[in-house]
Design a protein around this ligand. Structure first.
Ligand code: KG4
Ligand code: ZN
Length: 335
């Protein structure tokens, strides 16, 4: 009988729990925090307190929806990092508590690995593959030859792609997190409205997005202050489309370079930004042109969730990679 894994995710501002049995996702519950909207970004202290408030009910709901008893659960997979230290600790302590109560092992899961393995919830990508992970905290390209063995090919030198969407969105007067709203508005805007810079296009597989943010800031500062709000009101959708176009051009260009360099036949795009429709369209065209199969998780598994933690935990359990109660969180991870 296949292993049944309970997954718990608390690395950032989503408290989530899910149950996966090796074939099927039995449940996936997400409690998103709205406490941060007024602050224009995540406040770590508020995030940990919110996790603490809802983690019990979230995990209980995931177990109830999966319709399993605790003795059917073989291990508890939990995000160990990277992420906010206080937030990670809430999930880890809860997972360890359950492990003691149920006498089951814990499995520490790397959040970035999990974004990649979210793809396996609905599909079975062929190995080796190249994976672009684009989230609020990360922008990295990996070559994956075997499950859970990743070779870093390139990464951002400053802001992550999601961070660029969020920070630029703030300049454009949008609420945090601005990525989904920029995506929505970009659909009715003109991507050629303004030609924002595409940094490091031809220079290897590293990324840089802080220059784009500065360029949007300078662009807006050139408009006299008393006219700025009216200008934004009129052109916001066009600016969203132009910004999304600049970010997604760079992402897809680098992904194509990585495909050429490695000769892989499959590509995965994962992480919150992989929900972006312009990125999905451009990547689909690139994949067709390059003759590779493109895999992107269902949008509900692109942003933070625990289904991806349970699935990655399942892969680790399958390889006998269990942890014990000494499992520690880490804020950063160097590949
Ligand atoms: O993976 P994720 O949920 O959390 C992290 O691990 O960071 O990613 C969140 C990021 C945010 O920056 C959010 O603005 C961005 O993903 N995002 C999007 C879209 N949906 C989420 N960015 C662009 N277009 C979207 N549709
Ligand atoms: Zn994430």
């Amino acid at each position: 009988m296949s292993l049944v894994i309970l997954g718990i995710e608390t690395s950032c501002d989503e408290t989530a729990a899910a149950v996966y049995d090796g074939n099927r996702l039995l449940s996936s519950v997400i409690a998103s925090q709205s406490d941060h909207v007024d602050y224009g970004g995540i406040v770590p202290e508020l995030a940990s307190r919110a996790h603490e408030r809802v983690i019990h009910d979230t995990v209980a709901a995931a177990i109830r929806q999966a319709d399993v008893t605790s003795d059917r659960i073989d291990a508890i997979a939990v995000t160990e990092g990277p992420g906010l230290m206080g937030s990670l600790l809430v999930g880890l302590c809860f997972a360890k508590g359950l492990a003691i109560q149920w006498n089951k092992p814990v499995i520490g899961v790397n959040h970035i690995d999990a974004h990649i393995y979210a793809t396996f919830i609905d599909e079975e990508p062929e190995l080796p593959f190249v994976s672009l992970v684009v989230s609020g905290g990360h922008t990295q390209i990996f070559h994956v030859a075997r499950p859970l063995q990743h070779e870093l090919m390139g990464q951002t030198r400053d802001d992550a792609a999601g961070e660029a969407f969020d920070k630029i969105g703030k300049l454009l007067g949008l609420d945090y997190p601005a990525g989904p709203e920029i995506d929505r508005r970009a659909k009715s805007g003109d991507p050629a409205f303004y030609d924002f810079p595409r940094a490091m296009m031809k220079k290897g597989l590293d990324f840089s997005f802080s220059g784009l943010k500065t360029s949007v800031l300078y662009y807006l500062q050139k408009i006299p202050e008393k006219e700025r709000e009216a200008f934004l009101e009129k052109h916001r959708d066009h600016l969203c489309a132009s910004v999304a176009s600049a970010i997604t051009d760079v992402l897809v260009n680098k992904l194509q370079q990585a495909v050429r360099q490695t000769g892989v036949k499959s590509v995965i795009i994962a992480g919150g930004v992989s929900a972006n429709s312009m990125l999905r369209d451009k990547a689909r065209k690139m994949a067709e042109k390059s003759g590779v199969k493109l895999h992107i998780p269902h949008p509900r598994y692109c942003t933070d969730n625990a289904a991806m933690i349970a699935v990655t935990g399942w892969f680790k359990a399958d390889q006998g990679l269990f942890d014990d109660l000494h499992l520690k969180p880490y804020a950063r991870f160097n590949w």
